[in-house]
Write a protein that binds this ligand. Sequence first.
Ligand code: ASP
Length: 327
Amino acid sequence: MKKLYKTLVALSVAATALGAAAQNFPDKPVTIIVPFTAGGPTDRVARDLAEALRKPLGGATVLVDNAAGAGGSIGANKVAKANADGYTLLVHHIGMATMPTLVRNIPFKVETDFEYVGMINDVPMTVIGKPTLPANNMKELAAWVAQNKGKVNLGNAGVGSASHLCGMLFQQALGVEMTSVPYKGTAPAMTDLMGGQIDLMCDQTTNTTSQIEGKKVKAYAVSSPKRLTTPALKDLPTMQEAGYKGFNVSIFHGLYAPKGTPAPVLKKLNDALKVALKDPEFIKKQEGLGAVVVNDKRVEPAEHKKFVASEIAKWSPVIKAAGVYVD
Ligand code: ASP
């Protein structure tokens, strides 16, 4: 009896401490883990978001930490195993939906090891090439690729990354196999593309818009079904317009916390996310990069989770058919 009493007291003390911790959240810096390299598109979204979250989180410091590799699964695993107190968060992209099929022996479950805080944005992709490529439009690019069969290099952020998925669809569309060159993120791949060490890449507009604007790379098409309105991108045809029917890739980004994060902390995080997504400065920055900030029910945890589940169902057969995996 005494033992039971002691246990109950200990439990209630712990619960009170937890409640107080949740109430005071955040009273120390919050860290967002990005599962790709610094300076890349996911990193960019996370850093803009970190800034926009500061105010609605009561002026808290929001840091960004990069844990790149294995198609985004190394950083995701770090968050899945982190303390579930709201101080370690994950910003991930479509990889949340592709990792379950792609990564063999994945050390966590996307569906059950995370709390879904909400969706951030939708980002189209662009087909870009090294500055010395002789092709000036999609038709000429397709001809150049055909002429250089067996020699064309396509950069990406590793198996299962958004750039890899887009690259797979691109090769299927053109009917030519290319050599995939994996990096830990598309930031270092972009450096090599600009330097001419690789030939082509398909990457989020959040990484490519300023390079296209500065004519540091050649741009051929966008992956979205509609043309974009961003000034530097508005003249690019869609892949569908260029004759590749059904070509449509859009990359989402979302915010996640470890499973078991207390509900009041999650509510604070979701409330802060909603404020950040309405922040005119954040919207302006994202729109300037061709990204569309979420303005619908997918900002709600349950709706975002439903959306990710539908993306898992969409990509799983594509990945299985392509026979690709990460070990
Ligand atoms: N754009 C990368 C990808 O292909 C990710 C990144 O470097 O942020 O998934």
